[in-house]
Design a binder for this molecule. Structure first.
Ligand SMILES: [Zn+2]
Length: 256
C-alpha cells in the first residue's frame, strides 16, 4: 500500500470531516450548508480560512475562538479524526478504486446522520431519501453489488423496520421507531445489499439493547427514555462494511 496515497486518504477524510461538522450543525437548523462562511456561534466572528484548517487550527487555537476565546466543542476535531480514520480504512479495504470514493460518500452521510440523530432524535429526509436513490443508482456501476441485490435490500431494509415499528406501536401504543430509522435502513440496504441486513440488524439491536439498558438503569426514567436508533444502525453498517465476511464466517462457523 502506497504511503503517499494513504496520506491523501487521511487528508481527504479530514476535509470531509470538517464539511461533515458544517452539515451536522446546519442541516437540522434548516440553514444552507454552503453559505455563509462559518462563524463563531458565541461572538459571531467569521472564521477565516487560516483558522479553518481541519484539526491543525483547533490545536493552534488551543480549542478556543480567536475573537472571544469561548471554548470550541471537542466534537469538531473528533468528527474530523473519525472521518480521517474511516477514509483510511476504506482506502485499505477498496484500494484506489471507484468504490472507495462512493463508499466514502455513503460513510460520510451515515456519520452526519448519526450525530444529527444523537443531538435532535431526527434523521432528516434531505439526507436519507437522496441516500436511498443514489445507493440504488450506484449499484448499476461495475465493482459492487447488483442492482437486484440493491433493490431487494432497499425494500427489505425499509419494509422490515416499518413492520417492526407498526407492530410495536400496536402493542405498546407509543412510537418506538421513527420513520427516519425506516428510511435509514432502506438506504443501508440499497448500498450494501439485502445479504448484509440480518447481520446489521442483529448487531445494531444488540448494541442498542446493551447501551439502552445502561442508559435506562443510569437515568432511572424507565423504558420511556428516548434513545436514538440511527447511530446503532450506522455502527452496524460500518461493522459489516469492514468485518462482514469475518463476522459471517465466525457466526455460521458456530453451527457447523
Ligand atoms: Zn467567538
Amino acid at each position: 500500500m502506497d504511503f503517499v496515497l494513504c496520506l491523501y486518504a487521511v487528508l481527504l477524510g479530514l476535509c470531509l470531516g470538517s464539511f461533515a461538522n458544517v452539515c451536522i450543525y446546519r442541516i437540522p437548523r434548516n440553514k444552507s450548508i454552503v453559505h455563509p462562511a462559518s462563524s463563531c456561534p458565541q461572538c459571531g466572528a467569521k472564521i477565516r480560512f487560516f483558522d479553518n484548517i481541519p484539526l491543525i487550527s483547533y490545536l493552534l487555537l488551543r480549542g478556543r475562538c480567536r475573537g472571544c476565546k469561548v471554548p470550541i466543542s471537542m466534537r469538531y476535531p473528533l468528527v474530523e479524526i473519525l472521518m480521517a480514520f474511516l477514509s483510511l480504512a476504506l482506502f485499505v479495504r477498496f484500494g484506489f478504486q471507484l468504490q472507495y470514493i462512493l463508499f466514502l460518500a455513503f460513510v460520510g452521510t451515515i456519520v452526519i446522520l448519526s450525530f444529527i440523530d444523537f443531538d435532535y432524535k431526527i434523521l432528516p429526509d434531505v439526507l436519507t431519501l437522496p441516500g436511498i436513490a443514489v445507493g440504488w443508482m450506484v449499484s448499476f456501476l461495475p465493482g459492487g453489488i447488483s442492482w437486484v441485490d440493491s433493490l431487494i435490500g432497499l425494500i427489505a431494509g425499509g419494509g422490515s423496520l416499518y413492520l417492526v415499528a407498526v407492530v410495536y406501536e400496536r402493542i405498546t401504543g407509543r412510537e418506538g421507531l421513527g420513520g427516519g430509522d425506516v428510511k435509514l435502513l432502506a438506504m443501508i440496504g440499497a448500498w450494501m445489499g439485502w445479504v448484509s441486513l440480518p447481520l446489521i440488524v442483529l448487531m445494531s439491536s444488540l448494541c442498542g439493547a446493551v447501551i439502552g439498558s445502561i442508559f435506562i438503569l443510569a437515568g432511572g426514567k424507565g423504558a420511556r427514555t428516548q434513545i436514538p436508533f440511527g447511530p446503532f444502525l450506522s455502527l452496524g453498517a460500518l461493522c459489516y462494511l469492514f468485518f462482514g465476511r469475518e463476522i459471517s464466517h465466525w457466526y455460521f462457523g458456530l453451527f457447523m
